[in-house]
Each structure stands twice: as structure tokens, then as C-alpha cells.
Design a binder for this molecule. Structure first.
Ligand code: FAD
Ligand code: AMP
Length: 481
């Protein structure tokens, strides 16, 4: 006899816990299996995002930003502060408290919505059966009408820099340093490398980022990635492009260091660090997830193959989040979780993959949605661009946050907004209004005709939209009308 559910979700990260909650809200008998556990072997929900990803990294980014403000920015406002120091263990403990509040929040949401949380490791078997291996080693078999695979992702390890969780760490280890390393190496100038590199650089580490590619943030609109490189370098990040790491050697003795070998256009190079963060990307966690003959297909990189609605080739089996194609972002997984739950009950919900917002939480933040200028050029589309710098936005000046710009790109014929790119203070939150506007197929003129509160940072969005047609009021228009 096996317990039978309407839905079993494997994995309680943002994709899985959201899918489970939505399924339960829709009246489906739902269980969610999670292998992450605490010292007492109780399940911990929230996945990478809440435990070792989005939230803890933002907690450290916010703490380290406050430290920089106190050290460098206060005096601009006439505030003198002396004897400022950083208590790293206190910062880490604050982060841990936030994580614990949020992960127990998911537990409460499960209880409130009647999702049955199951501690253990889930494996899909043929015929929509699921085997759970509990933390004591015992196994049970469950079955369901529908199974949603949400096993997420894990950091990629590279042979030239094996993680020892002492000197060489991945993103998880980089959230737990007990003191500020003097010399910190970061392999990979992607989102995670730049965010975690920024945290420790702000606290005083000499940070060198080694990036194999010649281009900096190639997915970001070229005008913004250039600006970002300038600003982050000015902040002290030594970003070496075209630097491919080929090996590393951890020294012996008490104060261990690591010597990293890399090649660049000048040949073989070496650099010595006290800590090294490997941030070269993430891989789907699909090993041990599928039993024999489930019929669920993996691609050659280990992603579960799904269609646009996250259905696998097996009816009733779905997969969402980092386990499937597309950007590895918590909100993308959450929307997929909702879509699958609603499709199970017959709704036609569809994620709009053209409008996934992206954010890099450096300071200033970098946020974008839609197409970059480079993409539109490659597609041969005609477009108009409007930009507005924060250096002449009153609210940004008042806050002493005047680096960066807003860029809006609109179709040359229809004026429909095709992309919005912001590097600046609170770019992530500010850009969200453009995601909504673009969901409703707004034109740049629609945004220009909308009234914006004064003074706000968002007025830079308004002015960039007006600049698309060449009639920004508070800036000099590049495009003349
Ligand atoms: P995960 O969050 O990885 O969750 C999967 C869960 O499944 C885990 O809890 C795992 O234990 C469990 N699991 C796996 N296999 C099994 C099994 N067989 N049985 C039971 N349970 C299983 N994204 C953003 O959008 N914004 C950010 O600011 C951001 N910052 C990040 C910072 C860092 C340092 C990192 C590492 C990631 C960041 N991300 C960010 C990415 C984000 O964390 C992921 O995209 C998101 O967590 C993916 O959600 P998921 O549910 O697909 O998978
Ligand atoms: P992301 O995939 O956005 O997390 O970024 C990871 C970055 O790591 C990419 O820009 C890769 O080019 C970079 N990378 C991967 N392997 C190496 C390596 N051996 N040396 C330096 N950079 C690397």
C-alpha cells in the first residue's frame, strides 16, 4: 500500500515550495519532499535561495554597504563617525538569523496551506511513484497523480581549483568567512562572483576577479556593462578579463595561501591569495533524482527536458526552476511553480519568458528586462534609444547616489518598449515598473505620458522614456525632434 497524493513536489526551493503552496491553495492533496535538514534532521525549506543564495548574499551586501557608507559617505552629509569597525561574526550571525526567520516562514506557510512537508531525499520511480529515503536511511514509497521535480542547482566545481572549504570555497563558503581575507581571489566575473567579491572588497579585502572571457558581463547591454566595469573597478575590484584559471596550489603551514595559475594574452601568470572563491556557474541537481525507466529525459548538461509549460515528456510529470532550461533565478522558478500548479487544475497559465527581469546586486545595482541594443542589432531591428543619467536626477543627488543611468529601447515603428536597462541606486525595484509596463505592451510614449512623483529616482525612467522621442525635459536630448 502506498500513500497517494494529487501532487508530490521534490525539492522545496523557490520553485518547489511555491508550486506546493499553489497546488494546496487549489485544493490538491500535496506533499513536498526536502532533503535539506537541520541538526535534528528536521527539513529546512527554502532551498538555495533562502539558505545559501539570494537572501544571505543580500544580507551581507547590505551590511557591507552600510560599512562603506559609514566609512566613506557619511562625511559628505556632514556626519563625522570615527572608530568604525566591522564585527564579521556579528554580520554573519545577523545573516543566519534572517535565513532562519525566512526558512521557518516557509514551514509556517506549508502548515497554513496544508502542504505536507516530508524530510528526506525523493526519487521519481516509473509510474509516478516516488521513493523517499529518510535521514535515518529508511525508505517509503508514495505515489501521485502529478509529480513536480524542483531539485534545483549546485555550484560547478572545476578541476583547476578543487573546493577544500578552507582556502578554496564556493559561493556557500564565501558567505561564512569568519574574518576579512587580506587577499581574495574570485574565479568568474558572473553575478555571484561580482556580488560576493563586492561584499569582501567593501570590508577591506584586496579582491582580484579572474574571468576567462574577454568580455565583461556579456549578457548585459554594452553601454551598461562598460559603465559597470568602470564603477566596480573604481570601487577597488581588480577585474582581470581574458584570464583563464588553469591550476591552484594550496600552501602548507598555519597561515595557508593559495597560488593560482592562469593564462592571459601575455602568457602564464600566477597570483597568491589568502582565500579563493570559485564562482564559475551552477549545474542542475539531477543525479539520483530519477529511477529506472521513468521516461523523463535529461539533456547532456543534466537539465530535465521540458516544454514551455514545464511539462516533461511523461504526462503528469513536470519540472521547474534551476533544474530546467532558462536563467537560474529564484523568481523564474517561482513563476514556473505557479504555472505548473494552475495547469494541473486545467488553467492555461503561461510564464512570459520574454520578460524575465535580471538583477546584479552590486552597488549601484544593475537591472534589466527585455532586449539589449546588441541583441536588437543582431536581429536587424530598428529601434530608438532614450537614456537619462542619475547625475542630474534630483533625488539621486540628494541621496549622494548619482552614478549610473536608465536606458529605454523602443521599436522604431511602433514605439513599443523592447528593453529597459538600469544601472543605478535601487535599480532592481525601479526597473520592476518597466516589467509591468512591458507586460502591458507599453510604448515609450505611454510611460512618458504617465505622471511620476517628484522627486523620485523613478523620474529618471520617465525622462529616459521621453528621451526615446527626443523630448526629455530635464536633460539634453541626443535625439532631436
Ligand atoms: P533550489 O533553490 O536549489 O532548491 C532546490 C531544493 O531541492 C533544495 O532545497 C534541495 O535540498 C532540494 N532537493 C534537491 N534534490 C532533492 C531530492 N532528491 N529530494 C529532496 N529534496 C531535494 N536568484 C535570484 O533570483 N536573485 C538573487 O539575488 C540570487 N542570488 C543568488 C546568490 C547566490 C550566492 C546563489 C548561489 C544563487 C542566487 N540566486 C539568485 C539563484 C537562486 O538561488 C536560484 O535560482 C533558486 O534558488 C532556484 O530555485 P529552485 O527551487 O529551482 O532550486
Ligand atoms: P555565471 O555563469 O554568470 O555564474 O559566471 C561564471 C563565470 O565564470 C563565466 O563568466 C565564466 O566565463 C567564468 N569562468 C568559468 N571557468 C573559468 C576559469 N577556469 N577561469 C576563469 N573564469 C572562468
Amino acid at each position: 500500500m502506498t500513500d497517494k497524493y494529487d501532487v508530490i513536489v521534490i525539492g522545496a526551493g523557490p520553485a518547489g515550495y511555491v508550486a506546493a503552496i499553489r497546488c494546496a491553495q487549489l485544493g490538491l492533496k500535496t506533499a513536498c519532499i526536502e532533503k535539506w535538514h537541520d541538526d535534528k534532521k528536521n527539513a529546512v525549506y527554502g532551498g538555495t535561495c533562502l539558505n545559501v543564495g539570494c537572501i544571505p548574499s543580500k544580507a551581507l551586501l547590505d551590511s557591507s554597504h552600510k560599512y562603506v557608507e559609514a566609512q566613506k559617505d557619511f562625511k559628505t552629509h556632514g556626519i563625522s563617525a570615527t572608530g568604525i569597525s566591522m564585527d564579521v561574526p556579528a554580520m554573519i550571525a545577523r545573516k543566519a538569523k534572517i535565513v532562519s526567520q525566512l526558512t521557518s516562514g516557509v514551514k509556517q506557510l506549508f502548515m497554513a496551506n496544508k502542504v505536507e512537508g516530508i524530510a528526506g531525499s525523493g526519487k521519481l520511480l516509473a509510474g509516478k511513484k516516488v521513493q523517499v529515503t529518510k535521514h535515518d536511511g529508511s525508505t517509503v514509497e508514495l505515489s501521485a497523480e502529478n509529480v513536480i521535480l524542483c531539485a534545483g542547482s549546485a555550484p560547478i566545481n572545476i578541476p583547476p581549483a578543487p573546493i577544500d572549504n578552507d582556502v578554496i570555497v564556493d559561493s556557500t563558503g564565501a558567505l561564512e568567512f569568519s574574518s576579512v581575507p587580506k587577499r581574495l581571489g574570485v574565479i568568474g566575473a558572473g553575478v555571484i562572483g561580482l556580488e560576493l567579491g563586492s561584499v569582501w572588497s567593501r570590508l577591506g579585502a584586496e579582491v582580484t576577479v579572474l574571468e576567462a572571457m574577454d568580455a565583461f558581463l556579456p549578457a548585459v547591454d554594452g553601454q551598461l556593462s562598460k559603465e559597470a566595469l568602470k564603477i566596480l573597478s573604481k570601487q577597488g575590484l581588480d577585474i582581470k578579463l581574458g584570464a583563464k584559471v588553469t591550476g591552484s596550489k594550496v600552501g602548507k603551514g598555519k597561515a595557508k595561501t593559495v597560488t593560482v595559475s592562469y593564462t592571459n594574452k601575455d602568457g602564464d601568470q600566477e597570483a597568491v591569495f589568502d582565500k579563493l572563491i570559485v564562482a564559475v556557474g551552477r549545474r542542475p541537481v539531477s543525479e539520483n533524482l530519477l529511477g529506472e525507466n521513468t521516461g523523463v529525459e535529461l539533456d547532456k548538461r543534466g537539465f530535465v527536458v521540458v516544454d514551455d509549460s514545464c511539462a516533461t515528456s511523461v504526462p503528469g510529470v513536470y519540472a521547474c526552476g534551476d533544474l530546467v532550461r532558462g536563467p537560474m533565478l529564484a523568481h523564474k522558478g517561482m513563476e514556473e511553480g505557479v504555472m505548473v500548479a494552475e495547469r494541473i487544475v486545467g488553467k492555461k497559465t503561461q510564464v512570459n519568458y520574454d520578460l524575465v527581469p535580471f538583477v546584479i546586486y552590486t552597488h549601484p545595482e544593475i537591472a534589466w528586462v527585455g532586449k539589449t541594443e546588441e541583441q536588437l542589432k543582431a536581429e536587424g531591428r530598428e529601434y530608438n534609444v532614450g537614456t537619462f543619467p542619475f547625475s542630474i536626477n534630483g533625488r539621486a543627488m540628494a541621496a549622494n547616489e548619482s552614478e549610473g543611468l536608465v536606458k529605454i529601447i523602443a521599436d522604431a515603428k511602433t514605439d513599443r518598449v523592447l528593453g529597459c536597462h538600469i544601472i543605478g541606486p535601487s535599480a532592481a525595484d525601479m526597473m520592476q515598473q518597466m516589467v509591468i509596463a512591458m507586460e502591458f505592451s507599453a510604448s515609450a510614449e505611454d510611460i512618458g505620458l504617465t505622471m511620476f512623483s517628484h522627486p523620485t529616482l523613478s523620474e529618471a525612467v520617465h525622462e529616459a522614456a521621453l528621451a526615446v522621442a527626443g523630448h526629455a525635459i530635464h536633460g539634453v536630448n541626443k535625439r532631436k525632434r
